[in-house]
Design a binder for this molecule. Structure first.
Ligand SMILES: Nc1ncnc2c1ncn2[C@@H]1O[C@H](COP(=O)(O)OP(=O)(O)O)[C@@H](O)[C@H]1O
Ligand SMILES: [Mg+2]
Length: 165
């Protein structure tokens, strides 16, 4: 991996609404073929982030539930594509990834993956890695975003400007 070709950016979300704002902003920047990896401990806000991201660009106003047990939920997007929301926490074997449709997802849509560790070897280099870390207060989260510069530099620049404004 060539580190110099990667861009990283940190954002502070003071509360849940700030996390939602980051998610909504990123949602509008993403298109088919983009993969976002959501990392961080239980309760850091991965699903909360996914819920705001999805509801912003989904064409169906349905409840967005955590795919904790189903491993995958899909949603139709306003632009006609599909959003794939995976939670791989309960995945037992890497071989199950084919069955649950990971490769199809990566080829045809926007893919959000909570707990992506077990799938790392199957994921594109162009994926944006989003790590949620605890902040100084109960409701504060630190977002650390990292992705390949050619794909993410401009988008992360705009995101940082928007969120710092
Ligand atoms: N800044 C924040 N961002 C996201 N969630 C927050 C924040 N502050 C408090 N929370 C709370 O933390 C919890 C996050 O839960 P969840 O999104 O299910 O986490 P995860 O999917 O990472 O396990 C929710 O209860 C949410 O209300
Ligand atoms: Mg979750």
């Amino acid at each position: 991996m060539n580190e110099t070709n990667y861009i990283t950016c940190q954002l502070t979300a003071v509360n849940e609404e700030a996390t939602a704002a980051i998610a909504r902003s990123l949602a509008h920047m993403c298109h088919s073929g983009d993969t976002l990896l959501l990392e961080g401990d239980v309760g850091m806000g991965k699903t909360t982030f996914a819920r705001s991201f999805i509801s912003e660009i989904s064409s169906e106003k349905t409840d967005i539930t955590s795919p904790t047990f189903t491993l995958l939920q899909t949603y139709p997007l306003i632009d006609g594509g599909t959003l794939w929301h995976f939670d791989l926490y309960r995945l037992k074997h890497r071989e199950e990834l084919v069955e649950i449709g990971l490769h199809e997802a990566l080829e045809n849509g926007i893919t959000l993956i909570e707990w992506p560790q077990l799938a790392m070897s199957e994921l594109p280099d162009s994926a944006l890695e989003i790590t949620l870390l605890p902040g100084l207060t109960h409701d504060q989260r630190i977002f650390s975003l990292s992705g390949m510069a050619p794909v993410w530099k401009e988008r992360l620049g705009v995101l940082k400007e928007t969120m710092d404004a």
